[in-house]
Structure formats: structure tokens, C-alpha cells
Design a protein around this ligand. Structure first.
Ligand code: SAM
Length: 270
């Protein structure tokens, strides 16, 4: 495969993000998907996000305004992405003790020493995937399952891989409880992708990789396939977007970010 790297560009979207040494921290941080929740708000006119937040006793004004203040004001423009983030109740994916913080723009701890990513970073990565509806998506790093639910709103099929079985089990249960039927959660080493199910129209890696794993570019669709992946050191990565046409790979670098490490055979060692 021929690799063509575009000049690095600093994405203005990220310029005003919460930063740690200039990096967006994820770690310390349309067409509906078939199984998506849709925009109906459960028929009551209230979004599932808002309804769930009210049940948890969260500040409704904060819920109403977080999309505008944290995402739109900082450059997220894709209306489908914003709608999906309005629909998915983030607090369903965080531990009970963190629920009051569910709609703050922070990564929050989940089990197994991992994190649910910062909502702004979720929005940036999802926007970079340029989902239109019919896509099959592979996510590496299920974590809480929140990003997978967002993808389920925007694509036809989502397969997500997590290396920790307890996280995969919890994420699967949460995703099912919210009514998504187009997400499959698999336990395994996502640095090797999922050859048996390839090709994928989109691949999203939500952990920091030392390099772009070969398996992932091989498993990308040859026609307009798109891979979004943070690559760099354990302390800081650059968000890369790799698009594939035939054997040609074009790489664009967005901005700095910080994710928990991608650990696996073609990633960081245990
Ligand atoms: N997308 C998640 C969410 O919405 O909550 C957040 C992902 S968290 C920042 C990164 C996840 O990648 C962790 O759950 C971690 O266990 C997982 N991970 C790390 N290396 C992996 C690998 N080789 N295969 C699959 N998952 C991996």
C-alpha cells in the first residue's frame, strides 16, 4: 500500500479544547443506525438523554446546554453527530458516583483502570469518521460503550472490541438496555483488527497507539475507507485520519490528544 502523508494541520476545532500541555485529553480523559434510539425522545418529546438525566436528578439546564456550550461553541458542525450526542444518555455509561459529572466535558474513570472519553473528543473523532448511515464500523476500545452507542446512531452496523472482559460485559449490557440492536461487543486484541469480518467502511481506535497497526489499514474498505486513530507516545498522541482508495493511503494529522494506551500484539506491550 502506498502511504501519502498530508502536511500536518492544526484543527481550529481543537484550539479551544480543554488542554493538558496543548493536548486534548480524552483519558484523564440523518440516517439512523437501524437499532438506534432515534430522535423521538421515546415519544414524549423529551430526549432520552434529558429524560434519563432528570431521573438521575441532574441539572436539566446543564443537560440542555452542554451540546451548545461544549461542542458547537468549539467547532463541532456535523448536525448528525450533534443530534446523536443529544440522544445518547452519557450518564448511563458512567459509574453511579460519577453521574453528576456525566455532562461535564471530562473523561471519567470506569472499571479496569480505564476511562470513558471526554465528550468533545468523542465528537471530534466521530465527526472525523464522516459517517453517512450505511457504513459498517469497527471500534477498537469499547470501554464503557458510550462511543459505540454514538456510532450506532450514525451507522448501520457497529462491531466493537475490548480487551477487558468485564468492560465488554458491562458495555454490552448498557447498550442493550438502551435498545441498540446494531452493536456487537467482542473481547479481544483490537490491534489485530477483526480479519474475519473485514472489510470495514470505518475503523475508530479509542486508545493511544505507538503506530498505525497494519491489520487495520488492510481491513479498511478499499473504496473510501476511513480510519481514525491517536498515534504517538504513551503521554501524548496525534489524532490521525487515514483514508483508503485502492492501495493508496492518505494520512492527515489533526491535533494533539491524550488517551489510555492501546495494549496488544501490534501496540504497546502489557
Ligand atoms: N470508547 C470508550 C468509551 O466510549 O467509553 C473509551 C475507550 S478508553 C479511552 C480505551 C479502551 O481501549 C479501554 O477500555 C481499554 O481497555 C481498551 N483497549 C486498550 N487496548 C486494547 C486492545 N488492544 N484491544 C481492545 N481494546 C483495547
Amino acid at each position: 500500500m502506498r502511504y501519502i502523508s498530508a502536511p500536518q494541520r492544526s484543527q481550529s476545532v481543537l484550539a479551544s479544547a480543554s488542554t493538558r500541555g496543548g493536548a486534548v485529553s480524552a483519558e484523564v480523559s440523518g440516517v439512523m443506525g437501524r437499532g438506534g434510539l432515534g430522535g423521538s425522545g421515546g415519544g414524549s418529546g423529551v430526549s432520552p438523554c434529558l429524560a434519563a438525566a432528570r431521573r438521575s436528578g441532574l441539572d436539566t439546564e446543564q443537560i440542555m446546554s452542554w451540546i451548545d456550550e461544549q461542542l458547537v461553541a468549539r467547532g463541532i458542525r456535523d448536525a448528525r453527530v450533534l443530534d446523536a450526542m443529544r440522544r445518547v444518555p452519557r450518564e448511563a455509561f458512567v459509574p453511579e458516583a460519577s453521574q453528576p459529572l456525566a455532562y461535564t466535558d471530562r473523561a471519567l474513570p470506569i472499571r479496569s483502570g480505564q476511562t470513558i472519553s471526554q465528550p468533545f473528543m468523542v465528537a471530534v473523532m466521530t465527526e472525523a469518521l464522516m459517517l453517512r448511515g450505511p457504513e459498517r464500523v469497527l471500534e477498537i476500545g469499547t470501554g464503557s460503550g458510550y462511543q459505540a452507542a454514538i456510532l450506532a446512531e450514525l451507522a448501520t452496523e457497529v462491531v466493537t472490541i475490548e480487551r477487558w472482559p468485564e468492560l465488554a460485559d458491562a458495555a454490552r449490557a448498557t447498550i442493550l438496555s438502551l435498545g441498540y440492536t446494531n452493536v456487537e461487543v467482542i473481547v479481544g486484541d483490537g490491534s489485530l483488527g477483526l480479519a474475519a469480518r473485514a472489510p470495514f467502511d470505518r475503523i475508530l481506535v479509542t486508545a493511544g497507539a505507538p503506530r498505525v497497526p497494519d491489520a487495520l489499514t488492510r481491513q479498511l474498505s478499499q473504496s473510501g475507507g476511513r480510519l481514525v486513530i491517536p498515534v504517538g507516545s504513551p503521554d501524548q498522541q496525534w489524532l490521525k485520519v487515514i483514508s483508503r482508495e485502492g492501495d493508496r493511503l492518505d494520512e492527515t494529522t489533526l491535533d494533539a490528544c491524550v488517551f489510555v494506551p492501546l495494549v496488544g500484539a501490534d501496540a504497546w506491550p502489557e
